[in-house]
Design a protein around this ligand. Structure first.
Ligand code: ADP
Ligand code: MG
Length: 256
């Protein structure tokens, strides 16, 4: 049992798509201030779990608690404004807008539908707000995107768009960030950058992370704790050293 309270607790969550059990009675906790890896074979339910936690999907049953508050079923923008944000496996930045415009959208018009609606009303971009612009500039600098400030985000590389998505979400000053395969399609140099940004944000801004990542070496190195999902449920959880030697985990990866 951990000494500190979990910042996020997933309790017996189930999510079906018709006949398919994507998440099956899954439970785990994330400690405040930690970097937790969420691993498991393809189709294990990791992305679905992120969608349930962040409010993009309603679970069939179960509870998600954030900072001791039941947030189950709240809309994504409400959850984001409480301090829990996520990035997508496939980036969802607005390619017709510049990098800076993407950044300035986020504080008012969070994720998902509301964000896309905002495209049709550019007046909602708060260019006048100096504090917001200043944070945007700081984040762009941190992610080494400042030289691309006025570039359309559609012209960025895959890796740069991953960084932009993280930077954009950080406009909300979140307590918890869920990252779904942040390194996918990213070149090794940029991958190192992303790892360093994650570690710096964790250390200096107290951001708690949960990260879905396939590179086991990277996960074991970066994370304090690992949660393993298999066939929709939590198979194991613990420090990297324990998880690496867990027979059930090896079996799940080898196909049982
Ligand atoms: P992972 O991210 O671990 O690879 P997913 O959460 O994406 O796994 O998928 C878990 C299971 O749920 C898979 O069988 C997948 O095909 C299914 N699934 C995911 N999203 C949907 C959806 N929107 N509709 C129907 N089935 C889905
Ligand atoms: Mg996935």
């Amino acid at each position: 049992e951990g000494v500190t309270e979990p910042i996020l607790a997933v309790e017996e969550v189930t999510k079906t798509f018709g006949e398919l059990l994507a998440v099956d009675n899954c439970s785990f906790e994330i400690e405040d201030g930690s970097i937790t890896g969420l691993i498991g074979p393809n189709g294990a339910g990791k992305s679905t779990m992120f969608n349930v936690i962040s409010g993009f999907y309603q679970p069939d049953s179960g509870t998600v608690r954030f900072n001791d508050e039941d947030i189950t079923g709240l809309p994504p923008n409400e959850i984001a404004h409480k301090g829990l944000v996520r990035t997508f496996q496939i980036t969802r930045d607005l390619t017709e807008m510049t990098v800076m415009e993407n950044m300035m959208l986020t504080p008012k018009n969070q994720t998902g539908e509301s964000m896309f609606r905002a495209v049709f009303d550019r007046g909602t971009i708060d260019r006048e707000n100096d504090a917001i612009a200043e944070r945007a500039d700081e984040l762009l600098e941190l992610f080494q995107l400042d030289h691309l400030r006025d570039e359309f985000s559609g012209n960025l590389s895959g890796g740069q768009r991953k960084l932009l998505e993280m930077a954009r979400m950080l406009m909300l000053e979140p307590d918890v960030m869920l990252l779904d395969e942040p390194m996918a399609g990213v070149n090794p140099t940029l991958e190192n950058d992303i790892v360093e940004r994650i570690e710096a944000l964790n250390r200096e801004e107290d951001v708690t992370f949960m990260i879905v990542e396939h590179d086991m070496g990277l996960v074991m190195d970066l994370c304090d704790r690992i949660v393993v999902m298999n066939e929709g449920t939590d198979l194991a959880a613990g420090p990297p050293s324990t998880i690496q030697n867990d027979e059930r985990v090896l079996e799940a990866y080898l196909g049982g």
